[in-house]
Write a protein that binds this ligand. Sequence first.
Ligand SMILES: [Zn+2]
Length: 495
Amino acid sequence: MNTLKRLAAMRSVAGLRQPQDLDNPACVVGADQRCEHALVDQALNERLYAYEQRVRGRFAPIVGLLKTLSALQHELDFAARAQQLAHAQLGYALPDRLLNDAWIGGLDLRALHAHCIFCSFKACIEGAATDQAPWLERMVIDAAFLRSCGYHTVDLSPCADGRLQGLLPFVLRMAPNDAVTVKAYAGALFDVEADVADWTRRELERLSGGLVGAESCNYLKIAVYHYSSSNPCHQGCAAHGSQDHLATTAATAKLDELRAAVDNSFGRGAAPETLLIGMDTDTDAIRVHLPDEQSANCPLRYVESATLFRDTLGLSAPAAREAITRAVSSAARDGGLRPGMRQLVERLLEANLSQIEYVIQHHEGRYADIGHNERFICAGEAMSELQLRNKFYFAHLDTVEEGAPDLDVGIKIFTGLNVSRGLPVPVLVHFHYASRVPGARERAISRCRRVRAAIESRYASLHAQGLLHCQMAVSDQDGSERCTWIDVATVASGH
Ligand SMILES: [Zn+2]
């Protein structure tokens, strides 16, 4: 990217108007200032970009290939040519049955589209260890760092919106690991009862000696809401009608409820620590809200990384870090911020500067697709193997009854993205099981079937028109089985 374009991108991400005189870069950054931010991890950004390219490259050829197949479907050697093209462009086969029957009633492009989305996703799962290894080792917030801040577990609940799916490695630069769990809900409105159960299980593990080295550590709950700085009224959180103040106060209220639930059930002081983060889905910049004396999360008191990026550009690394510390102290008014929490907040803000730079460098400071562009809906439990913006909409649920509001938002999004142009909504129903527990795999499969049937019944009209394709899969949380398709033959037909 040339200097002027880059400067325009930097102003964009910092929320500034474009300068009058773009021919004179000095009016943006002082003549003696550097363009690169001293706290940006450029090597990590390059590794993340290679990952983004690789993952997007598995989905990008699908539509083009299907258009080619549509044009070729009446050729005599169609099935063989289709398989050759699929192998060359996507790296996997297409179902023979769909290809062989094309001469009778035409090619079922909807079924093929869903098949390809799921197979490309599976390729990401299979390649995850190789794909992620280069950036995993450079993540600045890992389990050891979290423990040094005093946390044995970090439980994140972002909004289910696909634009937040790159949250861990990209936006927060946090390594996915056993100490970090992500459960997304529409509007970040997490399930308090389910969270109390998760908190209880982890505390039991800690108290029974299962978390070696973390005996004196605490549990941290983080809620992540989102907003759009360039189109706040339309591209904010759909679950809150794109009203930022509602997204913020609703997430704050959920965190309050969780603390009260634990305190009231297990005694005052037992409650986990909580943290509220806002994310600008146009630029990936964050807003970290600071807990006050009561350990509450104030919706109005926060530090914004975009402002820090602009204010510390051109400073040396130590001077930029000092500026971050000052900004946090000033916003917190030194009101009861625990040293470990302060260390985490400062690290989150610093780490996000690299993501701001990433979006400047690779997406001109603001994503071209500021709205939705997900490929499928994942209902049930997500896999940590795919961590990328706008790849899927994730509705965490145990039953469709409980997860209905999240699913409804997802179906609404895909009605605009897919159904409006005749493409089906691909829904992956996925659950984990513990192979150490007898019968758990069969129960996970039964749960998949129940959830699939409930989804097909809730969206019966879409299903009847062949515009809903459910794929079921299970993964072993203890062993090596990952995303095994269940009942593939039945699902491939879409009925
Ligand atoms: Zn949202």
